[in-house]
Write a new protein. Structure first.
Length: 482
C-alpha cells in the first residue's frame, strides 16, 4: 500500500514549497543578474565532469537537484539576459515572458489541432493577427508559428518549389525532367537560406549569393544579371529571399525593386524580417515596410525584437492554403470532424505534428506592454545604438564599418595596417568575452574583421553601454601599444 501511495506526482505541499522557492530564486536572479559573470571560464567537458555520468536509478530529492542546478548549471551558461551581453540581436527576456513560460509548462498542451486545445489554436490565430496588423500586412496574409526563422524560411521555400513544380509533394524532384531551380539572396543573408535549399532538395549550390552595395543591400543590377545568366543556361529562377535586418549589419534590401524583378520572372518573393521587421511597430520606421505587400511570404521572429521569449517565429503567407495543400497529411486517428467555424488545424501547415503552446507567451507579453510599450523600448534601443555610434565617431582610433539603421552597430579599431587591425579587433572581442564582464561578437565586412554590438535587452541602460565602450577603448589602447 505504501509503495502505491508513493506513485503519481510529488505531494502537492512539496510542489508548492518548491514553486515558491523557485519563484524567489528567479526573481533574485533577474534583479541581480548584472552581478553574474556573463560567460563561464571553462574548458569543454568541465560541466559534465561535475555531474553524474550514470543515469539515475533511484529518485533524488528536488532540493538536491536544484542545489546542483545552482552549483553547476547556472554558472556554466552564458547569461544572455545580462545587460552587458551585447552579442547577436540582444536578449528579449522580460518578466511577463518568464511568467508566461511557467504557465505554458504547467498546461503542457499540444496545439496540433483545434480539438486538442481550442484555446491554443484560437489564441495563436489571434496573436498572429495582432502582429499582422502591426506589420501593416494586407488581410490575405495569414500566419503560423514555428520555432525559428530557419524553419519558417524552409517552409516558405518548399511552398515556392511546389508552385514551380506541382505534385513534388507526391512525386519528388527526381526522374521528372525538371530544370535545376535557383534561389537568390544577398551575400549578407542568413545561412538558413542554404539550409532550406538543402532540406527541400534544391541543393546548396543552387543558392546564388548576390553581391551587395556600399550599404550592404542586395545589388539589383547584379541580381538581374544573375537571373539572366541562369535563364540562358537553362536554370529555373525559383525565389528571391530579401532581408530586412541582415545578421551582420541589420541592412535592409530594396524590397520594392526586388519585387519587380520577381514579378517579371514569376519568382516567389520571401522576406526574411526575422530581426528587422519589428521596427514596423514604430510609426517613424514604417518606411521599412515598403514593398511588403508584394511579397509571397514574410517571416518575423518576435523573440528577436518584440520581447517574446525564445522560441517564437511567425511565418505569413499570401494565400496560406498553398502551405496547407503542401503539408496536410492526416492519419485516421487524427481525422476528427471539427466543429463549424474552428478555423484551422495548425498541424496541417508544416512538417511538425506536435506543437507547443507558443502563442500564450506572445499574448501575455504583448498585453503587458502594449504596442506603445513595445515601441518605446525598441525606440530606446535605437537611441542607445545612436549614442554608441556618436562615441565611435568622436574617437579617432575607431570607425563605423556600416550604417547604423537598427539596434546593431558594427565598428573597427583602426591601427593603420589592415591585417594588424584585423588581429587587434579580434583580440579585443576575445579579451572582453574572456573577462566575463561583457560579451560581443565579431564579423567580417568587405573582408575585414569588425566588432559588432547588438542592443535589445530591456535591462540594458546607457551606463551599461558606457561600461562596455570603456572596456573596448581600454583594450584597444593596450593592444595597439608598441
Amino acid at each position: 500500500m505504501k509503495d502505491r501511495e508513493r506513485l503519481g506526482d510529488i505531494p502537492p505541499e512539496e510542489f508548492r514549497r518548491q514553486l515558491h522557492e523557485l519563484a524567489d530564486w528567479i526573481a533574485d536572479y533577474r534583479e541581480h543578474i548584472d552581478e553574474w559573470r556573463i560567460s563561464p571560464n571553462a574548458e569543454p567537458g568541465a560541466i559534465s565532469a561535475q555531474l553524474d555520468a550514470a543515469a539515475p536509478e533511484k529518485a533524488a530529492l528536488l532540493d538536491e537537484i536544484f542545489a546542483d542546478m545552482k552549483r553547476v548549471i547556472v554558472p556554466g551558461i552564458a547569461h544572455w539576459a545580462h545587460p552587458q551581453f551585447m552579442s547577436y540581436f540582444g536578449c528579449t527576456t522580460t518578466s511577463p515572458g518568464i511568467l508566461a513560460e511557467m504557465i505554458t509548462g504547467a498546461l503542457n498542451v499540444n496545439a496540433m489541432t483545434w480539438r486538442t486545445s481550442p484555446a491554443a489554436t484560437e489564441l495563436e490565430t489571434l496573436v498572429l493577427d495582432w502582429l499582422r496588423q502591426w506589420l501593416g500586412l494586407p488581410n490575405e496574409f495569414v500566419g503560423i508559428v514555428y520555432d525559428t526563422a530557419s524553419i519558417s524560411t524552409m517552409h516558405a521555400l518548399a511552398t515556392a518549389r511546389e508552385q514551380a513544380a506541382p505534385d513534388t509533394r507526391k512525386l519528388g524532384l527526381s526522374g521528372r525532367n525538371l530544370p535545376a531551380f535557383r534561389i537568390y539572396t544577398s551575400d549578407q543573408a542568413h545561412s538558413s537560406v542554404e539550409k532550406g535549399a538543402i532540406a527541400i532538395g534544391i541543393g546548396e549550390d543552387n543558392v546564388q549569393r548576390v553581391p551587395t552595395d556600399a550599404e550592404f543591400r542586395i545589388n539589383l543590377s547584379a541580381l538581374r544579371e544573375m537571373v539572366a545568366s541562369d535563364l540562358r543556361n537553362n536554370f529555373k529562377p525559383l525565389a528571391v529571399v530579401a532581408t530586412v535586418g541582415t545578421t551582420s549589419t541589420a541592412s535592409v534590401d530594396p524590397i520594392p525593386e526586388i519585387a519587380k524583378v520577381c514579378r517579371e520572372h514569376n519568382m516567389w518573393l520571401h522576406i526574411d524580417g526575422a530581426y528587422g521587421a519589428g521596427l514596423a511597430l514604430l510609426p517613424e520606421c514604417k518606411r521599412i515596410t515598403a514593398g511588403w505587400s508584394e511579397a509571397d511570404s514574410i517571416v518575423i521572429n518576435p523573440h528577436k525584437m518584440l520581447f517574446v521569449p525564445f522560441d517564437f517565429s511567425a511565418l505569413y503567407v499570401r494565400d496560406i492554403g498553398r502551405l496547407r495543400r503542401l503539408f496536410t497529411l492526416v492519419p485516421e486517428y487524427l481525422h476528427l470532424r471539427d466543429p463549424v467555424g474552428s478555423e484551422i488545424n495548425y498541424m496541417d501547415y508544416g512538417v511538425q505534428l506536435g506543437r507547443r503552446f507558443r502563442a500564450l507567451k506572445a499574448w501575455v507579453v504583448w498585453r503587458a506592454f502594449g504596442r506603445q510599450g513595445l515601441a518605446a523600448r525598441i525606440r530606446d534601443h535605437l537611441r542607445l545604438a545612436k549614442i554608441l555610434a556618436d562615441w565611435i565617431e568622436n574617437d579617432k582610433r575607431f570607425a563605423l564599418s556600416a550604417p547604423v539603421v537598427m539596434g546593431v552597430v558594427c565598428f573597427r579599431f583602426e591601427a593603420g595596417d589592415d591585417q594588424k587591425s584585423d588581429k587587434i579587433n579580434s583580440k579585443i572581442v576575445e579579451r572582453i568575452n574572456a573577462s566575463g564582464r561583457a560579451y560581443l561578437t565579431q564579423t567580417k565586412l568587405h573582408g575585414r574583421t569588425v566588432m559588432r554590438i547588438g542592443l535589445g535587452n530591456v535591462l540594458t541602460t546607457e551606463q551599461h553601454l558606457r561600461n562596455v565602450w570603456a572596456m573596448i577603448q581600454s583594450e584597444g589602447h593596450a593592444l595597439s601599444r608598441p
